[in-house]
Design a protein around this ligand. Structure first.
Ligand SMILES: Cc1ncc(COP(=O)(O)O)c(C=O)c1O
Length: 381
């Protein structure tokens, strides 16, 4: 039953089919629904219409994480390198290490990865000394974990052009796409992809349920075919019950309801974000700086008086507040100036207590005066 009292029915034949092994690509009806969604949201130049769906254009996954894993396992070889932002989703490091793949960090600014930095890494690459030139770029272009940055459209176009020049595959991990605060949302890499070099990963984790473990991968047929073959031998498929449940919910919502729900989720987190910004301004001014997130659930703080994120996290934890160490998001991470604050579900009072604890730790760590740093101003205004 839905919150509004609507009952969703799974018919007997549907249930019988659900309880058997299914297709690796996923529930056909759900895939059609999602193909239609991708058309409406991204107008992917290469994606065919729902009715002519080739089974390899959109594959269900058990979430973005499985999507990353399966793509990398299918396309990477031991000794390969993968391009990432300097600070990125730590799970990527966990996934590449057993594959014998290494990350190559590329610098970013407030609009996303820097095309000049990416070009510089690739144009100066010497295979004799550094190994095979990277062929995959991994990115989190909306409200990134951990930085909160949403890549601008201009930046995506520039990065896409660099990727085209060097023949890169772009792995677009976009769990926070619907959680962008501004509308219209910044279009995806998939919407730019005329070459067939983008694999896009979506998930229901952030908008419907994380525990249901369901996501989907959209991309060029030839590559998804390889990924699907790999999935067939490595994981069979995710749970059919989760797929039919999500299908029923989506069919009940229709596209318009799904979008309205996405807006509600995004508005909820924007309100939490504004609260977090008020508190950081009140208690951390002069002790840290930050940029205003354009979506998602994270505030990325640069400490002004300490470059030992690990120590700050430890002390804050001892006093009862949990933040995440910036080192965690870096290749071979070492203590640094950055920590991540999550403002998603914590209530206002606990959030203020946690921010005050952090302020006290930062004061102890050396930045004693607590004065407004003029350079800080435009970062939180
Ligand atoms: C960038 C990024 N990718 C993937 C995930 C995990 O997504 P899923 O639950 O769909 O596996 C997260 C969740 O924290 C994330 O931040």
């Amino acid at each position: 039953m839905m919150n509004d009292g609507t009952t969703l029915d799974i018919s007997e034949p549907e249930m019988k089919a659900t309880l058997q092994y299914g297709s690796v690509a996923g529930n056909q009806e759900l895939r059609h629904w999602l193909i239609d969604l991708q058309h409406r949201l991204h107008s992917p130049p290469l994606l065919e219409s729902g009715n002519e769906l080739n089974t390899t254009d959109l594959i269900m996954t058990t979430g973005c994480t499985e999507g990353i894993e399966k793509v990398l396992e299918a396309v990477m070889e031991e000794g390969d390198m993968i391009l990432t932002e300097t600070f990125t989703y730590p799970c990527l490091f966990n996934l590449i290490t057993p594959l014998g793949v290494k990350a190559v960090p590329v610098r970013s600014d407030d609009e996303g990865m820097l095309p000049s930095a990416l070009d510089n890494v690739l144009s100066t690459w010497r295979e004799q000394t550094s190994g095979r030139r990277p062929k995959v770029l991994y990115c989190i272009p909306s409200a990134a974990n951990p930085t909160g940055v949403t890549w601008s459209m201009a930046r995506k176009k520039d990065i896409y052009n660099v990727a085209r020049h060097y023949g890169l595959l772009i792995l677009e991990d976009d769990p926070y796409y619907m959680m962008q605060f501004s509308r219209p949302r910044v279009p995806s890499f998939l919407s730019l992809d005329t070459d067939g070099r983008v694999i896009r990963l979506d998930t229901f984790s952030k908008i419907l349920s994380a525990g249901i473990r369901l996501g989907f991968m959209t991309g060029p047929k030839q590559i998804l075919e390889r990924v699907q073959l790999h999935m067939e031998v490595s994981s069979v498929h995710g749970g059919n019950l989760a797929q039919i449940m999500i299908l029923k919910v989506l069919q009940q919502m229709h596209y318009e309801g799904f979008m309205a729900h996405g807006d509600t989720v995004s508005d909820f987190y924007q309100e939490r974000c504004e609260k977090a910004l008020k508190l950081t301004k009140k208690h951390l001014t002069g002790l840290a700086e930050w940029r205003v997130p354009h979506g998602g659930i994270f505030l990325w703080l640069r400490m002004l008086g300490s470059s030992n994120s690990t120590e700050v996290i430890r002390k804050a934890h001892e006093k009862g507040a949990t933040f995440t160490d910036g080192a965690f998001f870096m290749k071979e991470g070492k203590p640094c100036e950055y920590i991540r604050m999550s403002y998603s579900l914590i209530d206002d009072q606990d959030m203020e207590t946690a921010v005050k604890i952090l302020a006290s730790v930062l004061r102890e760590e050396g930045n004693q005066d607590g004065q407004e740093n003029p350079e800080n101003k435009d970062l939180h205004d």
